[in-house]
Design a protein around this ligand. Structure first.
Ligand code: 6OG
Length: 192
């Protein structure tokens, strides 16, 4: 059974009425795609603290852990890679500041009906509808490269686990979608 090194990330999507704030990722992981704001949770930091820090660093928007509601929890794995990205997704009930372009992100408001899914991670079109109707979700996606989802699990949930605990990196077992038996029988036929 494969084992993964789990790494915690934050992701913040701001919704205001019929608009959402996304950022065009100018460099690094997910470069060239529109996404929420976020990044790796630093040692000694909770995911929600990381979310507030990244939102300020990447978009100049100030919020606090008390204002950030957790809306989703997703796990991403990539064929041939040993990292499991655990992404804690938040949306603020309030914030201050004007979205400002930084070295990493170019922010832009999109009407909900014009979210640029073809220019976003392929999982987004699957979970944004739950987020946009005010629901919470949990899921796991296994990718080949950065464009193809090989297997997935997504469910709407009433509550998510507490996010105010530290999530140290540790080895974890492969998610279920990656442990299935090979499709064909590779044993030699039994001689008769
Ligand atoms: P930095 O490398 O910038 O953190 N992220 C994803 N977001 C979406 N919507 N879909 C994915 O599908 C993602 N994989 C990672 C988590 C990376 C940022 O990108 C998010 C972080 O906010 C695979 O530090």
């Amino acid at each position: 059974m494969a084992s993964y090194v789990r790494k915690a990330f934050s992701l913040v999507v701001i919704r205001e009425g019929d608009k959402v704030l996304l950022g065009y990722k100018k460099r690094g992981f997910g470069e060239g795609r529109w996404n929420g704001f976020g990044g790796k949770v630093e040692p000694g930091e909770t995911p929600v603290e990381g979310a507030a820090r990244e939102l300020l660093e990447e978009a100049g928007i100030k919020t606090s852990p008390a204002e950030l509601n957790q809306v989703g929890e997703l796990e991403f794995t990539f064929e041939g890679e040993s990292t499991l990205m655990q992404v804690h997704i938040f949306s603020p009930s309030s914030y201050t500041g004007t979205p400002t372009e930084t070295e990493e992100m170019r922010p832009k408001w999109f009407p909900v009906a014009q979210i640029p899914y073809p220019e976003m991670w392929p999982d987004d079109i699957l979970w944004y509808p739950i987020f946009l109707k005010g629901g919470k979700f949990r899921g796991a996606f296994h990718f080949k490269g950065h464009d193809q989802i090989l297997s997935q699990h997504l469910e709407e949930v009433d509550t998510l686990g507490k996010h105010n605990t530290h999530t140290p990196e540790h080895n974890t077992h492969a998610p279920e979608h990656n442990t299935h038996a090979p499709e064909h029988n590779t044993h030699a036929p039994v001689p008769s």
